[in-house]
Design a protein around this ligand. Structure first.
Ligand code: CP
Length: 325
């Protein structure tokens, strides 16, 4: 039965073959699984075009959104995704939970387990926090961003957006500019685009590159600190936010110097392929890493990324939570 028919026919829910109980990182995905996500997201886009954007697929399931860091796109899109699939979405933030009274992450996780959630979507400033959560939960854990480590649902929506726009990923040149060392998006995108056969070029100040990568970059990745050269003939140019909340003292002289050397401007974009796609995971600081003209220009897919994020997160909840008894 096709995914679309399954979404139309309740209660017959048979998620396509899917082996991931949790979604923690891109490092254990294979190409075919990314394609399953794409196909499922296509079906979810169709649901989102309907007048009533809701299917009963996850009725009776509970999804806890546990956010220890601020978020707009990821939290809201997961909440909408859960509701569109008729699951109950429960928001828990570090500022409104008993974390303010000294409760530890593990205590919070144990409490969620006792309440019987089916999935926990977690964002945490510490790399590895979602992995810790898996040791204390029967529920599925979805990593919504952990420290500087990984943001796999962002990577999947980025891959889906490019695939949807260009019809392929294989052989594309994807240039990512900015604060690479602090970027969990960059780490997950590198793995995802690389898996799908794209060539990734990373560009930014040497102080904002992960230590050792200039001499020994990850497989399939090129490091180029000259922005004009890095964007030349790119199919996709992605700008990243300077993560001031994770900066250590002295990594940058200042945002003005950064903008002068690395800001994505119309001139720099003109060096990429004609019609090259402009992307940014958000939140965007216009005037720092990207000019307003480029961020809002006709090559920009920044809003499309957000829209696709909903379809991709619906697909992931369907595959991860829907496949469980
Ligand atoms: N891209 C992203 O994770 O955005 P939020 O921090 O708004 O969720």
């Amino acid at each position: 039965m096709g995914i679309q028919t399954q979404l139309d026919t309740y209660p017959s829910l048979e998620a396509p073959s899917w082996r991931h109980r949790h979604l923690l990182d891109m490092d254990d995905f294979v190409r075919e699984e990314v394609e399953v996500v794409f196909n499922t997201a296509d079906a979810m886009r169709e649901v989102l075009r309907r007048d009533i954007k809701r299917v009963p697929t996850l009725r009776g399931k509970s999804i806890v959104l546990l956010f220890y860091e601020p978020s707009t796109r990821t939290r809201v899109s997961f909440e909408m995704a859960a509701k569109n699939l008729s699951a109950d979405a429960i928001n828990l933030t570090s500022t409104t939970s008993s974390v303010t009274k000294g409760e530890s992450l593990v205590d919070t996780i144990r409490t969620i387990r006792a309440l019987g959630a089916d999935a926990v979507v977690i964002r945490h400033p510490q790399s590895g926090a979602p992995y810790l959560a898996t040791h204390h939960l029967d529920a599925s854990v979805i990593n919504a961003g952990d420290g500087c480590h990984a943001h796999p649902t962002q990577a999947l929506l980025d891959l889906y957006t490019v695939q949807h726009q260009l019809g392929k990923l294989d052989g594309l040149k994807i240039t990512i500019i900015g604060d690479i060392v602090h970027s969990r998006v960059a780490r997950s995108d590198i793995q995802g685009f690389g898996l799908m056969g794209a060539d990734v070029v990373l560009c930014g100040p040497p102080t904002l590159m992960p230590p050792g990568w200039e001499q020994n970059p990850p497989r399939g990745v090129t490091i180029d600190t000259n922005v004009n050269h890095a964007v030349k003939d790119a199919d996709v140019v992605m700008a990243l936010r300077l993560q001031k909340e994770r900066q250590q003292e002295g990594l940058l002289p200042g945002t003005e110097e950064y903008a002068q050397l690395y800001q994505l401007t119309e001139h720099r974009l003109s060096l990429a392929k004609p019609e090259a796609l402009v992307m940014h995971p958000g939140p965007v600081n216009e005037g720092v890493e990207i000019t307003p003209e480029v961020a809002q220009g006709n090559q920009s897919l920044i809003e499309e990324q957000v829209t696709n994020g909903l379809a991709v997160r619906m697909a992931l909840l369907y595959l991860i939570v829907g496949g469980k008894n």
